[in-house]
Design a protein around this ligand. Structure first.
Ligand code: LLP
Length: 426
């Protein structure tokens, strides 16, 4: 699952004790394991290799330049959703031909930047966007390859309402029953070529069935269009593969591939995947220090120095992140990362941050060993949508990021300073 494990009662990231990093860098800090990152990438690449796909890592999940460089060196392309993410991808040395650009509200400036970079594929989300792109490409005398994001109207059990995208009633893409007509009309375009179909049905999708349903619907449309002489040569199946929060809930990449590869093999389509969470999630932890402990009514609180501005997922999605001390001692090593984990002397606590909102918590009603001021806690499975969604709310400088590679480590983003908080203000 990952390269974070306890040895002699203390947590290591690969070969490096987490406490050693914290001694130099302080808290809160995101610590990533390069081996975990690349292993998860490779598992997807291997599993889908019969389709020879382009894997476009979804930058929004964890976009640090060094993370992107590591994946680019492994052969990854990138899924971007803004001019800023395109900038990151290019700075990380991305092959522009392996960049796909999604998003319902691409601005003219962002489209122009992507045209200038010569990206591989625009994932189009509406008729107006398509014709706007055609106009902008014509002004630059360039051609743009496009895929239509089709909303296949499939449901996915277990995906949080805020991250479900495959149903008709979301803002994403174009309803599948309207898509055929879209492709027909798009033939009139001169500079934008609609030659692909894009799906992204939500995140995380913990079973393969929604993919099978969505891809089956997409292939039927592609065949129908083919019969009319409209050639679709690219199918982008999006992201959404699950990751491990509790332990073993995510199907391996091979399980997704077993169901998906046979549907697509031998069709001559260029296949694109856009995984984010399944690569980055288990590669990162957030380390935080206990500031104070206190009781409030019948509750006990562990107040830590990380907050909702550092990791908003528990607040926003009621998501579960396993939390455990980094130095529990030889007898305190956790047996698993399940939400049901109990130990003989544990205490039920809320782990909360310093932000002035009662919604500021990392865990509620959690059984943890007895903790005291100064203890370090690791918040696991925080690599995806962790730092990437962090903010400076309450004027809290954003956390540092560290990348571990074997027995070495380095800071890949320094902790922000108070000056960073006001940089750009006048
Ligand atoms: N492609 C598109 C078009 C997407 O919108 C997304 C994620 C991905 C790929 C990558 O999905 P992944 O493989 O990471 O599941 N903040 C939420 C997740 C939001 C996902 C948004 N789109 C969370 O923390 O759970």
């Amino acid at each position: 699952m990952d390269h974070f494990c306890y040895k002699d009662g203390r947590l290591l990231c690969e070969a490096v004790p987490v406490e050693d990093i914290v001694r130099h860098v302080g808290t809160p800090t995101y610590i990533y394991s390069k081996a975990t990152l690349l292993t998860h990438y490779e598992r997807i690449a291997q599993a889908f290799s019969p389709l020879n796909p382009i894997i476009c890592y979804s930058i929004k999940s964890c976009g640090n330049l060094e993370i992107l460089r590591s994946l680019r060196q492994q052969g990854s392309g990138f899924d971007v959703v803004s001019g800023g993410e395109l900038f990151r991808a290019l700075r990380a040395g991305a092959d522009a031909g392996k960049i796909v650009f999604a998003g319902v509200g691409k601005s003219d400036q962002e489209i122009n930047e992507a045209l200038e970079a010569g990206i591989g594929l625009f994932n189009i989300e509406s008729e107006e966007e398509f014709w706007n792109l055609d106009r902008l490409a014509a002004a630059k005398r360039v051609h743009a390859r496009c895929a239509l994001r089709v909303n296949p109207d499939v449901a996915s059990a277990g995906t949080h309402a805020k991250t479900l995208t495959g149903k008709k009633e979301t803002k994403f893409g174009v309803d599948i029953d309207r898509a055929g007509e879209f492709y027909r009309q798009a033939r009139r375009a001169n500079n934008a070529r609609l030659c692909g179909l894009h799906l992204h049905i939500g995140s995380p999708i913990k079973t393969v069935d929604p993919y099978v349903s969505a891809i089956t619907k997409a292939l039927a449309l592609i065949d129908q269009l083919g019969a009319e002489g409209i050639v679709i040569d690219t199918l982008d199946i999006g992201g959404g593969f699950a990751a491990f929060y509790e332990g073993n809930e995510a199907p391996p990449a091979a399980t997704y591939a077993q169901a998906i590869v046979p549907l697509l093999a031998g069709r001559g389509l260029n296949i694109i995947l856009e995984p984010g969470r399944s690569i980055a999630c288990n590669a990162g932890i957030l380390v935080t220090r206990v500031q104070y402990t206190k009781a409030g009514g019948s509750k006990r609180f562990i107040i830590v120095d990380a907050a909702m501005n550092d990791l908003i997922r528990p607040t926003l999605y009621e998501s579960y992140h396993f939390i455990w001390p980094t130095n529990p001692g030889a007898h305190g090593v956790p047996a698993n990362r399940l939400s049901t984990l109990r130990t003989p002397e544990d205490v039920k606590v809320d782990v909360v941050g310093p932000v002035c909102e009662s919604g500021d918590y990392l865990a509620k009603e959690r059984h943890l060993p007895v903790l005291k001021r100064g203890d370090l806690l690791a918040v696991f499975s925080a690599g995806a949508y962790g730092f990437a969604m962090s903010s400076q709310y309450n004027a809290r400088p954003r956390a540092a990021e560290v990348l571990v590679d074997g027995s070495g480590w380095h800071i890949i983003r320094r902790r922000e300073t108070y000056e960073d908080l006001i940089a750009g203000e006048s």
